[in-house]
Design a protein around this ligand. Structure first.
Ligand SMILES: C[S@@+](CC[C@H](N)C(=O)[O-])C[C@H]1O[C@@H](n2cnc3c(N)ncnc32)[C@H](O)[C@@H]1O
Length: 281
């Protein structure tokens, strides 16, 4: 079969556009290019050539798994984040584009030349590894409650050749203080919204990475209470949050001696990153 014939086989099998798979034709091209180890532009320029048998078999298997709802990044085993490719598995959340907003803000902060950075709920390690790669002088610690997630983070640390210290623990309990920056993308989906998440998220991404309790802010509230202990004076915290959660946290932040420095919207205009600062520089 040629590339063109194989794409014409794959597109209808992926089905009509739907939530989580808005453009089957584009997705088929993306999967076939990945299976062949080539770029999409190359693929389109060689439509009448047959792919190698192994690439064809991989593509066919991926189309069937995608049809059954598996996220595309689980098939290829990796996902881009801030210009780097991160290994992913069902043990971790697939890094999301909105989390790149948090990185962009972190990199504009005025921090000491060798900042101490803590990533709480590190998952794939995308935040910790990116901070370590972008700020090679930084001392970076990543914490997660999930041992399988920490194994993926370890693989990504190795893959990108950076130094990040990993710890297993509940939020920041295993960590001693004086960090200049705490970053966290903790689970923040309210309990009642979990059944309505897209199927590829609900069925294939870890519950532990999504569920944030009744109003979604359970873990965020607990972390806010721990921040005065782990942040140095004048230290920054950047927390990814869900809709309306800045208001839910406001009273807890002031009670913990944290001032709201900013609230940054994502590309859809939803307040997504809460920037807190510990008082007393
Ligand atoms: C939304 S995912 C984010 C992963 C990664 N930081 C990212 O931005 O893609 C949240 C992570 O927090 C971890 N987690 C959940 N509860 C935790 C807790 N109590 N203490 C530490 N980590 C926790 C989950 O295992 C998961 O890896």
């Amino acid at each position: 079969m040629t590339i063109d014939e194989l794409l014409r086989w794959g597109v209808p099998r992926l089905g009509a556009p739907r939530e989580g798979l808005p453009d089957p034709a584009r997705e088929a091209r993306w999967l076939l290019a990945r299976a062949m180890g080539v770029g999409e532009a190359w693929l389109l320029g060689h439509r009448n050539e047959p792919p190698k048998a192994a690439a064809e078999a991989t593509f066919r298997a991926w189309v069937e798994r995608r049809r059954a709802g598996e996220p595309a990044h689980h098939l290829t085993g990796s996902c881009p984040f801030w210009g780097r490719d991160f290994l992913v598995s069902p043990a971790v959340l697939i890094p999301r584009p909105e989390t790149e907003l948090l990185v962009g803000i972190a990199l504009t902060l005025k921090l000491p030349p060798a900042p101490r950075v803590l990533d709480v709920g590190t998952g794939s390690g995308c935040l910790a590894v990116t901070m370590a790669a972008e700020r090679p002088q930084a001392y970076v610690v990543g914490v997660d409650l999930s041992l399988p997630a920490l194994a993926v983070a370890r693989a990504n640390i190795h893959r990108h050749g950076v130094e990040v210290h990993l710890l297993a623990g509940d939020l920041a309990e295993a960590v001693a203080g004086n960090f200049d920056l705490v970053v966290a993308n903790l689970p923040y989906v309210p309990e009642g919204e979990l059944p309505f998440l897209p199927r590829d998220v609900r069925d294939f991404e870890p519950h532990l990475a999504l569920a944030g309790g009744r109003d979604g802010a359970d873990l965020l509230r607990r972390l806010v209470a721990e921040l005065p202990r782990v942040l140095g004076r004048g230290g920054h915290a950047l927390l990814e949050i869900g809709t309306g959660q800045a208001e839910l946290l406001a009273h807890h932040c002031s009670g913990a001696g944290l001032e709201r420095a900013a609230l940054h919207p994502d590309a859809a205009g939803i307040p997504r990153v809460l920037h807190l600062r510990r008082s007393g520089r």
